[in-house]
Structure formats: C-alpha cells, structure tokens
Write a protein that binds this ligand. Structure first.
Ligand code: F6P
Length: 343
C-alpha cells in the first residue's frame, strides 16, 4: 500500500516523531511505501509531494516542527463535493491508496468529511492546545506546558527582585488546558481561563495579598480568557477555517490589575509561538511514536475513518468523527480542584 502523510494546522513538537514511527513501522511491518505531502492539505491539492523512506525519517525523533511543513489550507473551503473530488484526483494521480492526516480539529475535520465520502483516511491528533475530544491527550501539549513552566520559573525570580507582578499570556485558543497546567506547575497566584468568567476584582485582591506577603505575584492568562467579557483578538483576517487570531488578553489583564492595585508594578510576557517550537519532551516523543504506530496499523487492517487516541494508558483507534465537532475544554471540576486554594 502507498500511504500519503500530511501534517496540517499549527505545528507542534512531536510531528516529526509521528512521521518517523509511521514510516519505519509501515515499511518494516506492512511493506508500505510513503509519500509526504508538503504543507498539509495544500500539498494534496497541488500534488506537491516528496517520497519518505526509512533513511529520511530515522533522524527525526527529536526534531521540532514538521519536515513536511504545515498550512491552514482548507481543501473544502469551496464546497465539500468539489474539495473531495480534488483530493481524490490528487491521490489517484500519485497512486496513494491510504492517507494519514496528522492534525488538530480543522485537519481532522477535513479527514472526517473525506472518510464520509469514501476516501481511506486515518488520523493522529496533534495540538499544543490539547482540545480534541476522544483522546485523553494530544502530543505537543506536554512539551508546551514544560516550556511555559520553565519560562514562568525564570520570570518569578526577576519579578521577586523587583517586587513586580509578572503577567504571562499563553496560547491554547478557546481551551484553557495550557494555562491550567502551567498555572498549577508554576505555582501561579492567579490563572485565567477561557472556560471561567474572569473576576478582575478577585484577581487584583489575590495579587495585592501576594505582594503584601512578600511574594512576586505570577498571573497566567490564557489567550482565550474573556478578560473584558469577550475574546481579545488581533486585527488580522480570519484563517481558512474561520478562526480569529487571538491576542491581547495579557495586556488587558495587566492594565486592569494596575487600575485596581495602587502602585502596582507589572511586566507582561507573551509566550506565543515559543510554546510550539523546539524538541518534544520525552513523554511527547513516546505518545507521538505510539500514535504513529497505531495509525499505520489501522491503515494496514483497513480500519479507516479512525484516529489514534490515548485512553488511559492505552493507544486505541476511535472514530474520527468523535474527535472533532466538540472542543474538549477544561471541565468545571478540574478547575475547582485547585482554584480555591491560596497558592
Ligand atoms: O492551535 C494551536 C495554536 O498555537 C493556538 O494555540 C493559537 O491560538 C494558534 O495556533 C496560533 O496560530 P498561528 O500559528 O496561525 O499564529
């Protein structure tokens, strides 16, 4: 079987580890050959492809980003029937008999529509946001949190020297997983998530109390937190999947805290794409590898329309459709576990 692989959407650490595992196991266990599409669905539509063999993927385990490139191209933007026909024509022209789409909500949403139209496709879930339903975790998330926590640990020491509140904005879109885990692991005094209404007066009181105890307040803000009641967005066009570009929540928090705490000195750090770059953590290398193995095994046995998912400690295949459509956000109970303690 010739298998096509693509990586779509925002990149994350672990994408190359999936490619490596899929190609090595697919070649050795099932006699598959592999074609890599450049820049996600763009490469499929434009037949921009490269051969992937064992030698080309073997060095990739620890390499950040994706050697295939990525894009937010939506092949269904001009209509599902037309998009499916174009994808099918490309796959036929290149002799691709099965597809492995590595992506988040958008990429896997396209994969779901292709499967429903009869295209043999499986998925693997990546995203630093950790917001995909049907899997307990996506690879990339753990590394992003680790990077954010290392940054916070550094920021707190300089904050302490200057008796400042350090405000840190993290990515995550409309799911607060990165902010929640960063807040817990870095010992933040205030953590603001998209899922929880923001109480600026309470946040200011917590910051003031921390300062008066002699602590340097750490405030972690998810980019999707609705600080002033709505998304903070940048003045940029929506992407091909209709998403706005979030940005500015940290700035709003900094301003509002200053207005409420007399004499407060603050500094804002927006971690942004730092969280997406660099080498995957050991845990993400393991998860990405296991998911790549599971995805090619599914293709080999014809279990298409499925996605590799972590359930507890096992990697299993679940219906692609279960992974998309509903965003996996932070449930109230997870927030309540830590939110009422003064840290
Ligand atoms: O979905 C991953 C993500 O990094 C989000 O956390 C963030 O909002 C978005 O992508 C940023 O996208 P871009 O790479 O287009 O700036």
């Amino acid at each position: 079987m010739r298998v096509g692989i693509l990586t779509g959407g925002g990149d994350c650490p672990g994408l190359n580890a999936v490619l490596r595992a899929a190609v090595l196991a697919g070649t050795q266990r099932y006699g598959m050959t592999f074609t890599g599409f450049r820049d996600g669905w763009r490469g499929v539509l434009e037949r921009d492809a490269v051969p992937l063999d064992e030698a080309s993927v073997r060095p990739l385990l620890a390499v950040g980003g994706t050697v295939l490139g990525s894009s937010r191209t939506n092949p269904l933007a001009d209509g599902v029937a037309e998009g499916v026909a174009r994808v099918r024509a490309s796959l036929d022209a290149l002799g691709v008999e099965g597809l492995l789409a590595v992506g988040g909500e958008d990429t896997l949403g396209v994969a779901t529509a292709l499967h429903e139209a009869g295209v043999p496709v499986v998925g693997a879930p990546k995203t630093i946001d950790n917001d995909l339903s049907a899997t307990d975790a996506t690879f990339g998330f753990e590394t992003a949190v680790q990077t954010a926590v290392e940054a916070c640990d550094r920021l707190v020491t300089t904050g302490a020297s200057h008796h400042r509140a350090m405000v840190v904005e993290v990515m995550g879109r409309h799911a607060g997983w990165i902010a929640l885990h960063t807040g817990i692991a870095a010992g933040a005094h205030v953590t603001l998530l998209p899922e929880v209404p923001v109480d600026l007066d309470a946040a200011a009181a917590t910051v003031a109390a921390a300062l008066s105890r002699g602590d340097a307040p750490l405030v972690v803000v998810s980019e999707g937190a609705r600080v002033l009641g709505e998304d903070a967005v940048r003045d940029l066009p929506r992407d091909a999947f209709g998403h706005v570009q979030l940005g500015g929540a940290g700035e709003q928090v900094e301003r509002e805290l200053k207005a409420r705490v007399p004499g407060l000195s603050t500094r804002l750090t927006v971690l942004g794409h730092l969280l997406r770059g660099g080498t995957p953590s050991a845990a993400d290398r393991v998860l990405a590898t296991r998911m790549g193995l599971s995805a090619v095994a599914a293709l080999a046995r014809g279990d298409v329309g499925t996605m590799a998912a972590l359930r507890g400690t096992e990697v299993v295949q679940v219906p692609l459709a279960d992974a998309t459509g509903v965003l996996r956000t932070v449930p109230e109970a997870r927030w309540a576990e830590t939110s009422d303690v003064v840290w």
